[in-house]
Design a protein around this ligand. Structure first.
Ligand code: ZN
Ligand code: ZN
Length: 222
């Protein structure tokens, strides 16, 4: 989005209001407030429509640690944009209690730099015979990712990495795959016998039974 164009639109509106009000500060105040309030209302209407639709189809708070996920009404419920670089749309929005919404934003700001769609995770090389690389994904990071986020799994020793859309990995991050590390981290590993796959750790299963995602390792020269 070009800011200069938006600045021009804003200046045009300002000029129009000034021309209309002449030098009368009362008229200027009224006209300015009128336009300002209506534009805000436009946004609120858009949001309300989306809220209602979401409530009809899935009346649930999106915050993973919400104590009461099922929503009984829309009272006090916020609309949250999953991808902050995008606007309010049915696809990009979820519902959350105001308190949960605050927590979502807090966790989001603690975990990922805003406006970044690629999240790098780094792993050193392991020579223990069990796995070659190991990345942990903590729940608060996972909860803060949008579907459009891409996780970059980086091998620190050789600089190779693979890019996996969060959407692809999300379904594998089930409760029964959470480990006892951290606050229930998910473990992603590269096994020696499957160097071109990411294996999703499953605490109670043998490694050869773990779900894997085929990947391609590339060295990106920056
Ligand atoms: Zn909630
Ligand atoms: Zn939000």
């Amino acid at each position: 989005m070009k800011t200069e164009i938006l600045e021009k639109i804003l200046n045009d509106v300002r000029k129009t209001i000034l021309n209309y009000s002449g030098n009368n500060s009362d008229i200027w105040f009224y006209a300015n407030r009128f336009v300002f309030a209506r534009l805000q209302l436009d946004e609120r209407r858009t949001k309300n429509k989306i809220k209602k639709k979401l409530f009809q189809t899935r009346p649930a708070c999106h915050y993973k640690e919400c104590p009461q996920k099922k929503l009984e009404s829309l009272k006090g419920i916020h609309l949250h944009r999953q991808d902050r670089t995008k606007g309010y749309s049915l696809k990009n929005c979820v519902l959350a209690h105001s308190e949960c919404h605050k927590k979502m934003h807090k966790e989001e700001s603690q975990n990922i730099p805003t406006n970044k769609s690629v999240i790098p995770r780094k792993s050193k090389k392991y020579n223990n015979g069990l796995f070659l690389y190991w990345w942990d994904l903590p729940p608060n990071l996972v909860n803060s990712l949008s579907l459009y986020t891409i996780i970059e799994f980086v091998k620190k020793d050789c600089g190779e990495s693979c890019f996996i859309p969060f959407q692809l990995i999300r379904n594998y991050l089930a409760k029964y795959r959470q480990t006892s590390r951290g606050s229930g981290n998910w473990g992603i590993k590269v096994l020696p016998q499957k160097p071109n796959e990411l294996a999703i750790e499953e605490p109670k299963k043998r490694t050869d039974k773990w779900k894997t995602i085929p990947v391609r390792w590339d060295k990106i020269n920056v």
